[in-house]
Design a protein around this ligand. Structure first.
Ligand code: UP6
Length: 272
């Protein structure tokens, strides 16, 4: 896990989107990603506007909206500029390269046009990373430097099979695509994971996003398992992702501020 400040990592990181992520975190003193798992555009934009000042990233599941339209995206982009946060579409691509390229670029959702960050699982093999990188870095695609991938290297659900050799392969694939892969969605830092076969480069600095963060619950009835911001950041999370802990709290703004404060305090403790 990194003991450097976000500011220091922003200055030295080879990837432009990672630099931007760290700059946003530093500027807003927030490492919070809110998982805005609501099902209407109005709820999504309302949350994004109210929580915008306290978060670094908004994470969407755009396919759960019942009324998705181009206005969803123009609204979200306007709020991202207003509040200086980045957009992470949690699509979890998992298919052959030819299919994920079509799911990422074009289609009904046009994810490549608006999501700074996407993620994928490596069940299909390394080709999924190559395919998504090819689309994001195509010469005629104008947003290339503002696009990055997180590999879903572990999961927080009970009985997850994303462990051991699977997690190690995720690290190997990330190392093979440093200009596109920012890091991982995982429960801990993985740079020192065992079983990898690709050696780290000198400038390696993976960004770790950790889901399953909740201050008031240990889990849900469907196998979700939570840890606290302190625990996640202590294990190497650079960005903590909270969904119901924030949006389902009695006062979502209060909750977002609480996660921001605790996440920032835990970060300061780690870098000091
Ligand atoms: N998520 C997990 N665990 C993972 C990967 N992704 O919970 O291993 C996602 C879920 C949801 C969010 O799809 O959007 O993170 C967690 O929401 P919650 O905080 O309300 O449990």
């Amino acid at each position: 896990k990194s003991h450097l400040t976000y500011g220091a990592r922003a200055r030295t990181h080879p990837n432009p989107l990672a630099r931007r992520l760290f700059e946003v975190a530093e500027a807003k003193q927030s490492n919070v990603t809110v998982s805005a798992d609501v099902t209407t555009t109005q709820e999504l934009l309302d949350l994004a506007d109210r929580l915008g000042p306290y978060i670094a990233v908004i994470k969407t599941h755009i396919d759960i909206l019942s009324d998705f339209s181009s206005e969803t995206i123009t609204g979200l982009q306007a709020l991202a500029s207003k509040h200086n946060f980045l957009i992470f579409e949690d699509r979890k691509f998992i298919d052959i390269g030819n299919t994920v390229q079509k799911q990422y670029h074009g289609g009904a959702l046009r994810i490549s046009e608006w999501a700074h960050i996407i993620n994928c699982a490596v069940l299909p093999g390394e080709g999924i990373v190559q395919a998504l990188a090819q689309t994001a870095q195509a010469p005629d695609f104008p947003h290339g430097p503002e696009r990055g991938l997180l590999i879903l290297a572990e999961m927080t659900s009970k009985g997850s099979l994303a462990t051991g050799a699977y997690t190690a392969a995720s690290v190997d694939y990330a190392r093979n695509y440093p200009s596109f892969v920012l890091g991982f969605v995982s429960t801990r830092s993985l740079g020192e994971a065992e079983g990898t076969t690709v050696a780290p480069s000198e400038e390696e600095d993976f960004v770790v996003f950790t889901t399953g963060v909740n201050l008031s619950s240990k889990g849900d009835k469907l196998g979700q398992q939570y840890q606290t911001p302190q625990s996640a950041i202590g294990r190497g999370a650079d960005f903590i992702i909270a969904g119901r802990g924030i949006y389902a709290a009695p006062d979502a703004v209060d909750a977002a501020r609480q996660y921001q404060q605790q996440g920032w305090a835990a970060y300061l403790a780690r870098v000091q």
